[in-house]
Ligand binder design. Structure first.
Ligand code: 3NM
Ligand code: MG
Length: 520
């Protein structure tokens, strides 16, 4: 088989430890995985005498040859030579690439494990046939991993090797399974270079039915994830430099009208302080609110065509477990999720909660103030440069931070403040609507999350337009309320604000909206 014909989509790495393989037979597991469509197999055995390893590898090679799929040996060049299989996979502590290449020859497939940009460039330069990029997520299968790099780390590596002109094939590894594979692929892919596939151990070797597990993974790998629609379309259609920023203003009214006409469910997992206010805001804009913090309920609620708000306002261990359940349910249903990392940087617990939530699922919108967005951004070492958490950022730094986070997470990011910044990772908008009065009453930030959730539920195919429409609706209502003669302070502001939200909705629905949107 020619090297360029190798199908890396689903790459199987073996493990014979009882914790993963159990009492299954490894040859049988590999055979089943091959029947399902695995395109490359690595025999990875960290224990055992050389003779035994060669025997096992020979048996596996008979099986992989039948399926015309390459077999690689982890680390052991001698075993690969003895068996005459197609190649090896080496880690950073194994034999160096140049020596391995000299011993095995040009035709051998040699893959290299890399976890940072330097290692990746070196491996590409040295003529590796593919990169195994990891560790994506902490995994019980390999506990001595040095770096957990997440999808942001994978993407950073892909961007750098593409910039350096390499087209080396690549897979990622570490904690990949059916619940995260689509998101991992989607969020890892750089603009110019994507992954060729994913490598798994336990998701297939440890599955009760390895064939069914491999088939399921392949079916997920081959179809676009439910949350990718608009961003994927955009990043394919636009090159960063040529594109003109779209004018969203004509699209704002239709979003407000769509909420009015479809009455989308806004499922809020939020804190006690703001539940009542957020529910009233939802009603005022024409949405249907449900305030449910019970994760078990989310599976049913996610099927009702709405969107979820995860508001970390009063996070606790039970709450966190509930968020994760709901996030999973909404991701599986392909319905949008808005994340409001309230007080993200304030405590160690909250910083950890942000990481846990971000690793647990795909978030369509991340909305926070400057400090919160900085915290959400900051857990990526490579990208933290230039972002000093104690400083207040300049306008252009804010815009850039929001764009980079949206680009990294492939989602929409909102940074609220006197000027709000919104980005889809490609373009960034600045919104100057709103009034300081919003800061004088509690729950306005949280109910903005609710407003966004309703808009995005109605307009999932164009998330950034939905988000901006929601923000303009919300902030212009606040301006109009604040200007009213009957409003003299925070107390009178609240009912006037709810009235204006509702009035804008009704005026828009009847085609009579006229207001000044301060957006660029
Ligand atoms: N290499 P699972 S992580 C073999 O980071 C291996 O280089 C890794 O197992 C790396 O799919 C890993 O069960 C184990 O999480 C992956
Ligand atoms: Mg190794």
């Amino acid at each position: 088989m020619r090297k360029e014909d190798i199908d890396y989509t689903l790459y199987l790495v073996t493990d014979s430890s009882p914790a993963i393989l159990g009492d299954r037979d490894l040859n049988h597991v590999v055979e089943e995985a091959l029947e399902a469509g695995v395109g490359i197999v690595q025999f990875r055995e960290k224990k055992g005498d050389t003779r035994e390893l060669i025997e096992k590898a020979r048996a596996l090679h008979q099986i992989t040859k039948k399926h015309n799929v390459p077999l690689l040996i982890n680390d052991r060049v001698d075993v690969a030579l003895a068996v005459g299989c197609e190649g090896i996979h080496i880690g950073q502590d194994d034999m160096d690439l140049a020596t391995a290449r000299r011993l095995l020859g040009e035709d051998a497939i040699i893959g290299v494990t890399v976890s940072n940009v330097e290692q990746a460039i070196e491996a590409c330069q040295g003529g590796a046939d593919y990169l195994g990029i990891g560790t994506v997520y902490a995994t019980p299968t390999k506990t001595n991993t040095k770096d957990i790099i997440g999808t942001a780390g994978v993407r950073n590596i892909l961007d750098h090797i593409a910039d350096a002109g390499y087209t080396t094939r690549s897979v990622c590894i570490g904690g990949i399974n059916a619940s995260n594979v689509q998101r991992v692929l989607f969020q890892s892919n750089g603009i110019r270079k994507g992954l060729d596939g994913v490598a798994v151990v336990s998701a297939v070797v440890g599955a009760a039915n390895p064939k069914a597990a491999a088939l399921h993974l392949l079916s997920l790998l081959k179809r676009p994830p439910p949350f990718s629609s608009d961003l994927q379309r955009k990043s394919q259609a636009l090159s960063e430099t040529e594109a003109l920023k779209p004018d969203l203003l004509p699209l704002i009214g239709p979003v407000i009208r769509a909420v009015h006409e479809t009455t989308p469910l806004s499922h809020n997992m939020t804190n006690l302080v703001v539940q009542n206010f957020a529910a009233n805001v939802a009603l005022a804009i024409g949405a249907s609110p449900i305030m449910s913090n019970y994760g078990e309920e989310a599976a049913d609620l996610s099927k009702l065509g709405g969107a979820l708000v995860i508001n970390m306002g009063t996070v606790n261990p039970d709450g966190l477990a509930n968020y994760m359940k709901a996030l999973k349910a909404y991701n599986e249903a392909g319905r949008p999720v808005v994340f409001d990392p309230v007080g993200a940087g304030a405590t160690t617990i909250r910083r950890e909660a942000v990481k846990t939530i971000m690793a647990a699922g795909y978030l369509d919108v991340i909305k926070g103030n400057e400090g919160e967005i900085k915290t959400v951004f900051g857990d990526n070492k490579e990208q933290q440069r230039g972002v000093d958490s104690s400083s207040t950022l300049s306008a252009s730094d804010k815009a850039s931070l929001v764009r980079r986070l949206a680009h990294r997470e492939k989602c929409v990011v909102v940074m609220t403040g006197k000027t709000d910044y919104v980005s889809d990772g490609i373009f960034t908008w600045a919104i100057d609507n709103g009034t300081p009065r919003l800061g004088e009453v509690t729950g306005t930030g949280c109910s903005l999350g609710t407003t966004i959730s309703a808009a995005i539920a109605s307009r999932q195919a164009d998330r950034v337009t939905a988000v901006i429409a929601a923000m303009l609706h919300f902030e212009i209502a606040a301006e109009l309320a604040d200007e009213r003669p009957d409003v003299s302070g925070p107390g009178t502001f609240i009912p006037a604000f709810l009235d204006e939200l509702s009035r804008i909705r009704m005026d828009t629905a009847s085609g009579n909206l006229s207001c000044v949107c301060d957006i660029q």
